[in-house]
Write a protein that binds this ligand. Structure first.
Ligand code: NAG
Ligand code: NAG
Ligand code: NAG
Ligand code: NAG
Ligand code: NAG
Ligand code: NAG
Ligand code: NAG
Ligand code: NAG
Ligand code: NAG
Ligand code: NAG
Ligand code: NAG
Ligand code: NAG
Length: 419
């Protein structure tokens, strides 16, 4: 049922059954030369409320036939902008910012229209909704393109965006698309093998002086090591009441306009754990030197729990919180799990990156995790390709049958029916 719906969306949104849904968009300057391009697969998964008061999710890919009208190369006064309009009033927009040596994505905006009943059947609130965020993407040397084959997740409120096979370049001069890639953390070998970093001694919270393949002439942003996975627990008396395993990274900006992002990994061995357990709210507090991260969980409808609040303070540098989040939802009596590296927007100035996440903030029994509920990112990996292949096979079978029937008719017409 779900798969059928997604296939339908695929076809309607314009991806061929056999071709991949990778999208390539280019923006041209006054001389008709490429100044900006993006090549990627982008999957949106959106939670929305249906008229019977249930929550539903819709999942679809950015189609390959998008309109780039409204995109600009940018000049001295305006930023380069890639605006992709598709379907019934949906759009995905990225703009860029730069100085003389580096550039990066500034804001990602996604606009979706729940009047589109194909994508949002039964939506209770019909209208146009926008999620937008400054992003924590690294600085890219001018004249490099950003490359990320592995999936990266950006989660803003009800919208999960999964980017894969990404190549993007802005500020292209004279139409000369770069061959020099700046590879994302997710693609670098050290981050692919968790074992390498998990046991790395003395992981510093600041970027080490790792050299990369990029030219030495520009200040090259260094990859941040992946956070170590910690096993945290909260007890009441001698009974464990909250369990949380995770690698946790904070991306925060101390400036109002998010002009630069700082990254800190939580180092489990240096972390002091505390917290509270209640019937409908629980919390986990992690403290390391001058830094404090608090996660607050709540219960809704006596059946589900979710991450309701995140509270971060770094003495003298940064403090921010949001207490109306709805992330990491799962049934009470079970645990929520997400192995994939995910980037959650908490506030304009704060993102939380999680890795190997498993939490159970309520109803822990026998000091261990109960049954698990997987996150969207871990589930349904690549279900679209098998469907496409299945449909192609079906078409093939039909062609063979039709050919066979036609062949038989011919045969009987020409009187060769006795074999
Ligand atoms: C721009 O270049 C493309 C090929 O790169 C060509 O198809 C198109 O007609 C050109 N447009 C103009 C306005 O010159
Ligand atoms: C987002 O999700 C919340 C609950 O998770 C829901 O109340 C709200 O209506 C959703 N927003 C949109 C625009 O669908
Ligand atoms: C942009 O600025 C450069 C120098 O910074 C100048 O040479 C150029 O004429 C300006 N272009 C426009 C369109 O203003
Ligand atoms: C990018 O777009 C956002 C709004 O979508 C705007 O606030 C921001 O200033 C733009 N960035 C630049 C560098 O122009
Ligand atoms: C450009 O920005 C980067 C990172 O924010 C900084 O290291 C570099 O010094 C800046 N370069 C110039 C010329 O301002
Ligand atoms: C990590 O190490 C464990 C045992 O040391 C091994 O079972 C596991 O496969 C390794 N994982 C990876 C990704 O190498
Ligand atoms: C953390 O502590 C545990 C036990 O105390 C130890 O086995 C492990 O090696 C430590 N990890 C690091 C990175 O220091
Ligand atoms: C780790 O750090 C401690 C003190 O911070 C130091 O004594 C030790 O030698 C370091 N170990 C390694 C392998 O660098
Ligand atoms: C890396 O840092 C270490 C110690 O902090 C230093 O000895 C070494 O020279 C540095 N390497 C480079 C390439 O800067
Ligand atoms: C936990 O404490 C209760 C009393 O407070 C005691 O009866 C029980 O044996 C303790 N359990 C363990 C595992 O120590
Ligand atoms: C609350 O939970 C009950 C029982 O699972 C369910 O029937 C009902 O639809 C839920 N209500 C809401 C608003 O989610
Ligand atoms: C969770 O624990 C509460 C009491 O702490 C209990 O009332 C509730 O029935 C439990 N729920 C499940 C699903 O086990």
């Amino acid at each position: 049922m779900e798969s059928y719906k997604n296939l339908l969306l695929l076809i309607v949104l314009g991806c061929g059954v056999l071709q991949s849904c990778a999208m390539r968009a280019e923006v041209y300057d006054n001389n008709n030369e490429t100044c900006l391009y993006a090549d990627m697969e982008l999957q949106f998964t959106i939670k929305y409320e249906t008229s019977d008061k249930n929550m539903s999710t819709s999942s679809f890919l950015l189609p390959s036939n998008v309109s780039t009208t409204g995109s600009t190369c940018g000049d001295n006064t305006t930023a380069p902008l890639l605006k992709l309009d598709f379907g019934d009033g949906h759009s995905f927009t990225v703009n860029f910012t730069h100085n003389q040596t580096v550039y990066h994505v500034d804001v990602i905006t996604f606009v979706y229209n729940t009047n589109d009943s194909l994508i949002f059947p039964n939506a209770s609130a019909k209208g146009v909704f926008t999620v937008a965020s400054k992003v924590t993407m690294p600085d890219l040397p001018m004249d490099d393109y950003y490359k990320c084959v592995n999936p990266e997740f950006l989660i803003i409120n009800n919208v999960t965006m999964k980017f894969s096979n990404v190549s993007v370049q802005a500020y292209i001069k004279d139409g000369n698309v770069s061959k020099q890639a700046f590879e994302c953390d997710a693609d670098t070998p050290t981050t692919l093998a968790p074992n390498v970093t998990t046991h790395a001694p003395n992981v510093t919270t600041h970027a080490p002086n790792v050299t990369t393949g990029a030219p030495i002439t520009t200040p090259v942003p260094t990859p941040i090591p992946k956070p170590e996975t910690g096993n945290y627990l909260v007890k009441t008396g001698n009974v464990t009441c909250l369990l949380a395993d995770m690698g946790l990274q904070l991306n925060f900006s101390t400036t109002k306009n998010q002009s630069g992002w700082k990254v800190i990994n939580i180092v489990p061995n240096d972390t002091l754990t505390s917290g509270t357990c209640g019937i409908d709210t629980s919390s986990l507090k992690l403290q390391e030197n001058q830094m404090m991260v608090e996660l607050v969980f709540a219960v809704k409808n006596s059946t589900k729990f979710y991450l309701n609040g995140v509270n971060v303070s770094i003495s003298g540098q940064f403090a921010d919180s949001n207490n109306s989040l709805e992330y990491w939802e799962a049934s009470i009596g079970s645990s929520y799990m997400c192995n994939k590296n995910q980037n959650f927007k908490i506030t304009d100035n704060l993102f939380l990156t999680t890795l190997d996440l498993r939490v159970q903030p309520f109803n822990v029994t026998d000091n261990k995790f109960s049954t698990v509920e997987d996150c969207l990112a871990d589930k349904k990996e690549n279900y679209i390709v098998p469907i496409a292949v299945g449909v192609a096979l079906l078409v093939l079978v039909i062609i063979v049958i039709v050919a066979y029937i036609i062949g038989r008719r011919r045969n009987s017409n020409s009187g060769y029916e006795h074999f």
